[in-house]
Design a protein around this ligand. Structure first.
Ligand code: ADP
Ligand code: MG
Length: 633
């Protein structure tokens, strides 16, 4: 057997520098390395004749060098041009700022190039392709795995290291599944599955390998959840909250009527709270369906029964907003509510912690700062976590451990079909708010191309002139945080200097300090900012009723669920609201996604479609067209 716990630095090709980078990807051991699975694959196995290629197509071509690299000095960079020939047609290959390329290519050598073909005026070009001498078949010439990356690691390097790790372990991995299961479900053995999931020779191999690995993961997950559920069913040590505390006290004080769905869910929660059993409940509902108020009413009951409540939230912006909301609803009931977020000073935090410990605070709303060890409660009775998918089970357990069998409500705004919820949250009971408050209007959604940009700007201006506000969201550029910032900052600058110079336009991104973010968000909420350009940091739960227009740049890069979450940021007030999806991609899936978004506002329907579209079949197809430009750098 191999030593799977062996530190990754002892794997061949891994030096001290690379160890650090691998650690960043959470790869510490040989086991981590071989179970670091590809995000997608590119079929670089079959080379095409250049004359068969279409413009903008991502292809593999095999070509002979007919003129060595030419160095050209442009304003701020060096450009390297190489001319190769395939099918008797010359192709110009271009790279930027990579002087080492000068020495590599010799006339007559045959190379593979994988990249996007551009055809301009009958001339063929390729920019920054992945390349490799023909016949080597490592980074081209086969189906190539593409891994999730971090800054500083390249696909080629990681691929090489993983291939080494896989070779080292192949044939030596101990089978994890019992033989009868392998046979009954016709599963691939572990050794082959690990090898083939990284380096499949065809789609069939990949599918079989993946099937086996997913099977195993789900099996273990289900067994664990079953066990948790059995424990929790038997549990009779939960808190029995006071039957005399009536939820209708709060309900009657609200400026609106609760929906039927909210009332039903509250009834379920009320029953759980009063029973001996510890409540563990998933509260699911589309964005804007009114989950927060449900949590507020449950919190009231807990506090009036003599307990404290902790509300755990993923971002400071959201914590601050919840804090305001909770105060609005509950202040009149003489309940002490405080906020604990990381941007507070040590002194402020210590004061809060002291008050929590001696029971002077009834409800604490906070971010991860709440989980820290030195946060203690006098009598924690209810834990609410918002936007569950941002927290791990461990974090939920950590906060729960600060009380003695507190009741738990897990709120999630990611609508998933009930069947899937049962699999993912099998340890929780499920309450669903499947109805929006009556004042909600449908958000009109349009998908547009670059040509319609001018019209869009006109539309934005009109909304602002009418007193409304607008969000413009840029996609996160995966694998590259720097690039992320750039896209937001560049767009902001362009719009500020040019189209929207007369308005207040600000930006927001994940790298800003919490305090800066909160400040911007607060000013946006108060109407002091007209246009907010941001990354998806605003995705989570922020409520600005006056904002009625959501523009999403490069919408094709988002999944349906994310688009739906983003769109949910508007349509929260009395104004007619719009969502504009800007997209460029011609892929079928992208078009399909846009169509669904334009057709429906129903989160549950969208999540079902999302599953359908993401269905397994398309991994070798067009699902993920990506720019491979940086891979050799
Ligand atoms: P969610 O967290 O589910 O996305 P929120 O709890 O933030 O939704 O609710 C969105 C907005 O709707 C809030 O301003 C809230 O006060 C309001 N709201 C909640 N329930 C109702 C209701 N039954 N009728 C009218 N407005 C409601
Ligand atoms: Mg919410």
């Amino acid at each position: 057997m191999v030593e799977l716990n062996k530190e990754v630095q002892y794997v061949k090709n891994v030096g001290p520098n690379r160890v650090k980078l691998l650690n960043k990807l959470n790869i510490y051991t040989l086991q981590d390395l071989i179970t670091y699975f590809p995000r997608t694959y590119e079929n670089r196995g079959i080379s095409k004749n250049i004359s068969e290629c279409e413009n903008e197509e991502e292809v593999l071509i095999t070509a002979v060098v007919i003129r060595g690299v030419n160095e050209i000095f442009a304003r701020r960079m060096k450009i390297y041009k190489l001319i190769v020939k395939n099918d008797d047609i010359p192709i110009t290959i271009t790279w930027y700022n990579q002087s080492y390329l000068k020495k590599i290519f010799k006339v007559g050598d045959i190379y593979n190039f994988y990249g996007k073909i551009e055809i301009k005026n009958g001339k063929y070009e390729m920019q920054s392709p992945v390349f490799e001498q023909s016949g080597i078949n490592k980074n081209t010439g086969r189906i190539v795995p593409i891994y999730p990356l971090t800054y500083g690691v390249t696909q080629n390097v990681l691929r090489k290291i993983i291939e080494t790790g896989v070779k080292e372990t192949y044939g030596h991995l101990e089978e994890t599944l019992p033989k009868f299961i392998l046979e009954k479900y016709k599963l691939m053995g572990l050794n082959d599955a690990i090898k083939k999931v990284h380096f499949p020779e065809n789609a069939d191999e990949y599918l079989k390998a993946r099937y086996r690995l997913v099977f195993e993961e789900l099996l273990i997950f289900q067994l664990a959840i079953l066990r948790l559920r059995e424990q929790y069913k038997a549990d009779k040590n939960g808190i029995e909250f006071d039957k005399n505390i009536n939820m209708s006290d709060v309900i009657n004080s609200l400026p609106f009527n609760l929906t039927k769905a909210q009332l039903r869910v509250l009834e379920e929660i009320d029953n759980d709270m009063e029973s001996k059993k510890t409540m563990n409940r998933l509260l699911q509902g589309d964005v804007g369906s009114g989950k927060t108020i449900v949590a507020e009413i449950a919190s009231h009951k807990a506090v009036k029964s003599g307990y404290q409540v902790a509300v755990l939230v993923p971002t400071s912006i959201l914590a601050t907003q919840h804090f305001e909301n909770f105060k609005n609803t509950l202040n009149k009931f003489d309940i002490k509510i405080e906020l604990l977020i990381s941007s507070m000073t040590k002194k402020q935090k210590n004061l809060i912690k002291e008050k929590l410990a001696n029971g002077e605070i009834d409800i604490i709303i906070g971010t991860h700062a709440l989980i820290e060890e030195d946060v203690t409660f006098k009598k924690l009775g209810l834990v609410v976590t918002d936007e569950q998918h941002r927290f791990g089970v461990k974090q939920r357990a950590d906060i729960v451990a600060k009380g003695k069998n507190p009741d738990v409500i897990v709120m999630s705004a990611t609508p998933i079909p009930r069947t899937l919820a049962l699999i993912l949250y099998g340890d929780l009971d499920i309450s669903i708010i499947d109805e929006l408050p009556p004042n909600r209007k449908k958000i009109d959604t349009f998908a547009i191309g670059k040509k319609e940009e001018e019209r869009l700007y006109g539309f934005i201006k009109k909304q602002i002139e009418d007193g409304r506000q607008c969000y413009i969201v840029c996609p996160m550029v995966e694998e590259n945080e720097e690039q992320d910032l750039k896209s937001v900052l560049e767009l902001w600058e362009k719009l500020k200097q040019d189209v929207f110079s007369q308005y207040n336009i600000e930006y927001l991104h994940g790298k800003m300090k919490s305090k800066e973010k909160d400040d911007i968000m607060l000013r946006f909420k108060n109407g002091q900012i007209d246009i907010l350009v941001s990354t998806t940091v605003i995705e989570v739960g922020v409520d600005v009723p006056n904002a009625n227009l959501m523009v999403i740049e490069n919408a094709e890069r988002f999944g349906l669920a994310a688009l739906h979450q983003l769109r949910g940021r508007v349509g929260r007030g009395e104004y007619k609201s719009y969502c504009i999806l800007k997209y460029e991609s011609q892929s079928k899936i992208a078009r399909e996604r846009m169509k669904i978004m334009c057709q429906t506002n129903d989160g549950f329907l969208i999540s079902e479609k999302d599953l359908e579209l993401r269905g397994s079949g398309d991994f070798f197809g067009t699902a993920q067209h990506r720019n491979t430009g940086n891979e050799n750098s």
